[in-house]
Unconditional design. Structure first.
Length: 201
């Protein structure tokens, strides 16, 4: 059976936010774009942790066997003694978002071959158990908070852009009709940026 990791953003929301915020963000975590971004960042974190030599519980991987370290394959790829489950890089490159549900995102492997390789590591099939396939609740919480924060920043930037565009268009229309208010458009734009927190001050 292919390896799958299904995460529920609503569960993360219930762990990290107040009741009031949960209601406000409920529709937010149902967006496919948000679920996919959350999943992508979880994949990035799993890759980062794995490359550092840690499993899903943040414990160091079992060391490579002497036989493997003396193998031609080990030497050809210039591996070090640090266990990071990376030989060609194909297994980690195959990790991706493979599905979304109403509030869930599912991670897996695009390549069946790499999925089998990952399963051997997770189950210890012919190699020591090196279960990298998972992520802590603490890391899930931090990732969702970062997605929410980045989304809010993007929304604020979009609102600012919309306000400035409207103002510029209004200014152009006024100048064309000869009904200018007498307040330079650039001055008003600067005021909006400052009010929305976009100024240097």
């Amino acid at each position: 059976m292919p390896l799958k990791l299904k995460l529920d953003l609503m569960d993360v929301l219930l762990r990290t936010e107040t009741t009031e915020n949960q209601k406000a963000l409920a529709s937010f975590v149902k967006r496919d774009s948000i679920k996919r971004e959350f999943g992508k960042r979880v994949v990035d974190e799993i890759k980062r942790r794995t490359l550092s030599g840690k499993d899903k519980n943040d414990n160091s991987f079992s060391p490579y066997s002497k036989r493997y370290k003396e193998s031609r394959e080990f030497m050809i790829y210039g591996k070090s003694s640090r266990v990071n489950l990376k030989l060609t890089g194909e297994m980690q490159a195959s990790m991706n978002v493979v599905g979304v549900g109403p509030t869930t995102v599912t991670l897996g492997f695009i390549s069946p071959e790499q999925d089998k390789k990952a399963t051997r590591h997770v189950l210890g099939d012919g190699v020591p158990v090196r279960d990298f396939w998972g992520i802590s609740q603490e890391d899930q919480n931090a990732i969702l908070k970062s997605v929410i924060s980045d989304f809010n920043a993007t929304e604020e930037a979009a609102d600012l852009f919309s306000a400035v565009s409207s103002l510029v268009n209004a200014g152009i229309a006024s100048e064309t009709s000869g009904e200018s208010s007498g307040v330079p458009v650039s001055t008003t734009i600067t005021s909006i940026i400052n009010l929305t927190g976009g100024g240097d001050g």
